[in-house]
Design a protein around this ligand. Sequence first.
Ligand code: NAD
Length: 260
Amino acid sequence: MKLKGKVCIVTGSASGIGLAIARRYVAEGAFVAIADLRLDAAEATAAELTAKGPGEAIGLAMDVTSEEAVNAGVAAVVGKWGRVDVMVSNAGIQIVHRIEDFPFADWKKMLSIHLDGAFLTTKACMPHMKAQKGGAIIYMGSVHSHEASPLKSAYVTAKHGLLGLARVVAKEGGPHGVRANVICPGFVKTPLVEKQIPEQAKALGISEEEVVRKMMLSGTVDTEFTTVEDVAEVALLFAGFETNALTGQSLVVSHGWYMQ
Ligand code: NAD
């Protein structure tokens, strides 16, 4: 077991990619907090993962845009399990509009969930990780941390920003054994992407099938979606990689859509 006894927090893990990461971590023996806006879903997920073991999971109510909620959640995890080894800052949403139509409130909401969330979770975990002399902070970036697509100004801006934050955390954390990495998935068929398909079809005046074939998967080597399991495997690699050798790096997991 690669994460036996490691204490992990995964934000936005009641659904999609975060859920797959939590499942993979528990299967590797970790203690995992399922931190999500939706407490009911987080608790149901935690019960399901704990039943399978060999690790354990708990559900935690957390809005990653609230400093109080993030601090309280991290404190609850440290209170229960005594430490925090891995923070996966994964919670995210998507809002698409052309720039001239992008409501400023939606722009701010996007930057708040993706960037404030990453900052606040990092800030709350850093003192514990430094005191323990080790830890891993993993940000959920995207191919859009390196590439751009129309309609996604806020998302692309936020996901690019995570690369910068990870590099600073790598430099500040390095002397204390605290590593930082960014995972950059291509399109993964989760509720976040299911929602985008009809929205993009409407905005671009094309069919939903064309959105998938021409916009989402045309650049891949096999016209396939990246899977939640593909992403969870990379999250396991970064969580378990104990030296600073990979710190500050992003890894694209996209079926060849974007090659670094
Ligand atoms: P999802 O919609 O399936 O899951 C997102 C989860 O985040 C949900 O459980 C939701 O309740 C939670 N959440 C939303 N706002 C929150 C908040 N303020 N505080 C706490 N939790 C919150 O989405 P997903 O596709 O699994 O996306 C997860 C991450 O992966 C996001 O950061 C997303 O940008 C990134 N990503 C997704 C894809 C993709 O194709 N699906 C590709 C690249 C990157």
